[in-house]
Design a protein around this ligand. Structure first.
Ligand SMILES: C[S@@+](CC[C@H](N)C(=O)[O-])C[C@H]1O[C@@H](n2cnc3c(N)ncnc32)[C@H](O)[C@@H]1O
Length: 292
């Protein structure tokens, strides 16, 4: 049986399970409903299964029935962005023959640990935070708190299903690690974020080489975050323990309310000539009516 066959069989099994469970549990109270929803999502996103896609959700968090896999069209081809709990190295576009650990290893203690928040520019890393445990927590936070929903004109976007406290971690921006010298197409680079890699370079004030996290074809749910000129989240380049860099998404100074979209600021020059921002904020820098 090919990986594709087993994925299809698994997904069919989920669909039939969902139908049975839904008809049995329509009387559920909110919290039981939420537990039911989380169980369903956790099964849908069992990433030990091969070639698992993201799925569209409705505002209450339920995936469509049967599940609608989310596709992204680039250069005339349709990709189903694959779910990742951890980064992978793209060997062709990455640093050849490296593993994730080799590519992202040896962070400088100058960046903050995103688990215990230790950072001391004058001493060695002393925290022992574990990346795999942290990554698992981010995955569970997503399943329990965040929806992937379609928004008019913007494609798929991230929404809070529950209140997200201020200054808290929302997830890791995961994807394929590529060499920063690699030239992306404009469409691909919409999903690129820079981070550090390799050994600390003491000669350059602790600077490292940059690499990029490309979430165009594989990534975490953070790849669906839209731009807003008044965002409620931001990206942090940090570390977990002493052997992993991460790009974390964090909420800003206000809590994010259920139903609110989770957004970051893509940067001033992001919208090119003829492109418009649909963030809808009063202080939007590139509103659709600007050139009319
Ligand atoms: C990093 S992707 C976000 C995920 C994307 N919506 C999807 O469905 O795969 C960036 C793309 O989302 C859309 N987008 C995000 N924020 C937007 C905004 N404020 N106004 C218009 N389009 C936006 C644009 O198509 C942009 O190229």
């Amino acid at each position: 049986m090919s990986a594709n066959d087993s994925t299809r069989e698994y997904q069919e099994d989920i669909v039939s399970n969902m139908i049975v469970k839904q008809s049995k549990h329509t009387h559920y109270s909110t919290s039981k409903k939420e537990r039911f929803l989380q169980r369903r999502l956790a099964r849908l996103y069992d990433i030990t299964k091969p070639e698992l896609c993201f799925y569209a959700q409705d505002p209450s968090g339920y995936p469509s029935n049967p599940p609608e896999a989310i596709s992204t069209t680039m250069k005339g081809e349709t990709f189903y962005p694959q779910v990742l709990r951890d980064n992978v190295v793209d060997q062709e576009r990455g640093l050849k023959n490296k593993t994730v650990e080799e590519m992202l290893g040896h962070p400088s203690w100058r960046v903050q640990c995103q688990n215990c928040y230790q950072s001391d520019p004058d001493s060695e890393i002393s925290c022992t935070c574990d990346y795999q445990t942290w990554a698992e927590e981010q995955f569970n936070f997503w399943i329990g708190n965040i929806n992937i929903q379609k928004s008019p004109g913007k494609g798929f976007c991230l929404f809070a299903r529950k209140t997200i406290p201020a200054h808290s971690t929302i997830g890791e921006y995961c994807g394929e690690l590529v060499n920063s010298a690699w030239r992306a197409t404009a469409k691909e680079s919409a999903y690129w974020v820079s981070t550090y890699c390799g050994m600390p370079r003491e000669d350059k004030k602790g600077g490292q080489k940059l690499c990029r996290v490309d979430a165009s074809k594989k990534g975490s749910p953070m790849r669906f975050m839209s731009h807003s000129c008044k965002p409620n989240a931001y990206l942090v380049r940090g570390r977990i323990g002493d052997d992993r860099y991460v790009v974390a998404v964090k909420s800003l100074e206000e809590e994010i309310q259920p139903g609110q979209e989770i957004t970051i600021d893509y940067g001033k020059g992001w919208f090119k000539k003829g492109e418009f921002c649909l963030c809808g904020h009063a202080e939007c820098r590139k509103p659709p009516l600007e050139d009319v």
